[in-house]
Write a protein of this length. Structure first.
Length: 296
């Protein structure tokens, strides 16, 4: 199913010195085949003795959302992996129309298997949070903890893309989505909108959007998240504090983390507070924070 992986030797150097795996971040290109589709996945990793943190970015963002982990003293020496999803960032996909959320989940599993990662902690934002949720639900024994950064859990999380797809006027849905973000008030919306055309391929947009809506409406996502028998944190910006399901998450033992001066993109609007809050979650003994899993 999977082909060989390669690492660009030029990317393995900082200031002319080789970066030993396990000590410095290594940039790689992983050649994979998922559902018969050829992929070239751009990834960054750092090895170590502990179980890694796997970071999954959101729609229209990239692995670089998380590479500041190498600058954070509270994560010094911590092993990690982050990568650009198919159709995003520097990754390449031979069939953009094949990309939907189940495809992203299978790609994540292929990346983890190629990297030799058995058990891991996961941090996922937005679409990456949805991908991580479905992967953890499928293989709960591999996931040690889950930081969900405003991941899709309910139909209310899809209002923006639902409106764009239901638009009756002809035109490019992706451009309408970008323009709506650019004009909407809110933290980091303009920055996000400016980056979108450069971070995601248009050919993947429609199938991803429709897949997210289908799962939000019929995928029982909130219940799946609550039922995961691992330490969990739901992190969101203050602009998202009115989400209807936050009290339910709190009642079922999910740690809530509200980041001030931010909205859907706390890592853009308030990265210092976001990283500090994630670091606090990983400090100490996570085994003491396993919530009771109950159905609602």
């Amino acid at each position: 199913m999977l082909a060989t992986s390669t690492a660009d030797p030029h990317l393995r150097r900082i200031r002319g010195q080789a970066m030993p795996s396990g000590h410095r971040a290594v940039h790689e290109q992983l050649r994979l085949r998922v559902h018969g589709v050829n992929l070239k996945i751009a990834a960054v990793r750092r090895g170590g003795a502990d179980e890694p943190i796997v970071f999954m970015h959101g729609f229209g963002t990239s692995k670089e959302d998380y590479t500041d982990i190498t600058q954070r003293h509270d994560f010094a020496g911590r092993s990690f992996l982050t990568y650009d999803a198919p159709g995003c960032g520097a990754s390449e996909c031979a069939d953009l129309g094949a990309i939907d959320v189940p495809f992203l989940v299978d790609t994540a599993r292929a990346v983890l298997d190629r990297a030799g990662i058995g058990r891991y902690h996961v941090v996922g934002h937005s679409l990456g949070g949805l991908t991580a949720l479905l992967l953890a639900h499928r293989e709960p024994g591999r996931v040690l903890s889950f930081v969900n950064i405003k991941g899709t859990l309910a139909p209310e999380d899809c209002a923006g893309i639902r409106h764009v797809l239901s638009h009756q006027e002809p035109g490019d849905a992706f451009l309408r989505f970008v323009e709506s973000l650019r004009l909407a008030p809110g933290y980091s919306g303009g920055l996000y909108a400016a980056n979108l055309p450069h971070k995601v391929r248009r050919g993947a947009v429609d199938s991803i959007f429709r897949s997210v809506i289908e799962l939000a409406d019929h995928g029982d996502l909130l219940n799946k998240f609550i039922a995961l028998p691992i330490p969990k944190m739901y992190l969101y910006g203050e602009e998202c504090a009115s989400l209807s399901y936050l009290p339910l998450l709190d009642a079922h033992g999910v740690e809530l983390a509200e980041i001030p001066h931010s909205g859907h993109l706390p890592m853009y609007s308030n990265p210092v507070a976001t990283w500090k809050r994630i670091a606090v979650f990983y400090a100490g003994d996570l085994s003491q924070r396993i919530p009771a899993a109950r159905r609602w």
